[in-house]
Design a protein around this ligand. Structure first.
Ligand SMILES: [Mn+2]
Length: 350
């Protein structure tokens, strides 16, 4: 948990910010973190971060374009040194809120206020949308906050109240966040936003604008002209997703402990596929690689996969990676994928 003092500090930053830019990780947790804070102060621009694994200096262009006086970075584990240095030269403060277990590398840096419950006295790693909900404290946004939490496989302490208020969207007695994600109408809501983020920029902007004003899940789930594009996008991405998922399931059934699945194409969905395979095949270590050109973006799920992921970064030159204890990501060149796979097989199979 962030302390009350930290929460008040972040509120102070938000109140001082006249024209902030929110740079958020390009997934549901990042998106919802932004939406909650934006709804709270009712000003500022939001941009999804596509650079991986770090927020890179190319995003300074957006800061300039908007004339932002404050930079909020949400749910992103790394920021490039150049980005931080350029913001310092322009005297723009950076407020960085995250929950990944990483060293942010801020020694000697003065223009960044860093908040991460991993470094709290009582170490924890609740999703950034949970943190944003604690900061904004807008009770009626609880269902939005829950979307971000469920997407990050976290059942928040306020989930009972959301379930009570929207009974029709939940199956009975979900035991975990992923029970909700994969077995209920509320989970479909999560997927709709998650797939919506994979759409072209103008449609993402339209989705964000809808989320600024929305007051209930039905405004997304019940067909009308305002949510037409989100629903259409969901259907087309979901059909691609289901096909890939079927293939991955076949691989999982034929695998020992480590499931290794790779695919290419236009849509980056390795995290979504890895999450669902890991849910459907508990106990396995799931590696899903999305190949684009000579680069593979890899999502890894399973009990204690973090150490092996860090070993990959050590062993393979030019690779990047890290994340949570049971959910990590890595970026390697395609020719090194076999090495990566071997490191996991050596660790988890005998
Ligand atoms: Mn997150």
């Amino acid at each position: 948990m962030l302390s009350q003092e930290q929460i008040e500090e972040i509120k102070g930053h938000l109140e001082r910010a006249q024209n902030p830019i929110f740079l958020f990780d390009n997934d549901c947790d990042g998106l919802i973190s932004f939406i909650l804070l934006r709804r709270f102060i009712d000003r500022g621009k939001g941009v999804a971060i596509k650079s991986f694994p770090e927020l890179d200096e190319s995003y300074l262009r957006r800061v300039e374009e908007f004339g932002s006086d404050y930079i909020f970075v949400l749910d992103k584990p790394q920021i490039s040194k150049e980005f931080i240095e350029e913001a310092r030269k322009k005297s723009i403060p950076i407020v960085w809120i995250d929950h990944h277990d990483v060293n942010p590398g801020l020694e000697g840096v003065s223009n960044v206020s860093y908040y991460n419950p991993i470094y709290s006295k009582e170490k924890s790693s609740e999703p950034t949308s949970f943190l944003a909900y604690s900061i904004a404290g807008v009770k009626k946004d609880n269902w939005l906050a829950m979307i971000g939490c469920v997407a990050d496989n976290f059942l928040p302490d306020f989930s009972e109240e959301v379930i009570k208020e929207h009974k029709e969207l939940f199956s009975k007695h979900p035991k975990s966040a992923f029970d909700i994600l994969y077995e209920s109408e509320f989970g479909k809501l999560v997927s709709m936003l998650s797939f919506g983020l994979k759409d072209r920029t103008s449609n993402v902007v339209a989705m964000i604008n809808l989320l600024f004003k929305i007051n209930s899940p039905s405004e997304i789930l019940t067909e009308d002209e305002k949510n037409f594009k989100i629903r259409k996008r969901y259907e087309s991405v979901n059909s691609v997703y289901q096909k890939l998922l079927d293939k991955a399931k076949r691989v999982a059934r034929a695998s020992k402990k480590v499931v290794f699945f790779q695919y290419g194409g236009e849509l980056s969905m390795s995290a979504d596929i890895a999450n669902e395979i890991s849910y459907r095949f508990p106990g396995k270590v799931v590696i899903v690689a999305y190949l684009k050109g000579s680069i593979a973006n890899v999502s890894i799920r399973g009990k204690s996969v973090r150490n092996a992921t860090l070993r990959v970064v050590e062993a393979i030159e030019g690779s990047r990676g890290g994340g949570h204890e049971h959910a990590t990501g890595a970026k390697v060149s395609v020719e090194d994928l076999d090495k990566l796979r071997k490191i996991f097989e050596d660790e988890f199979e005998d």
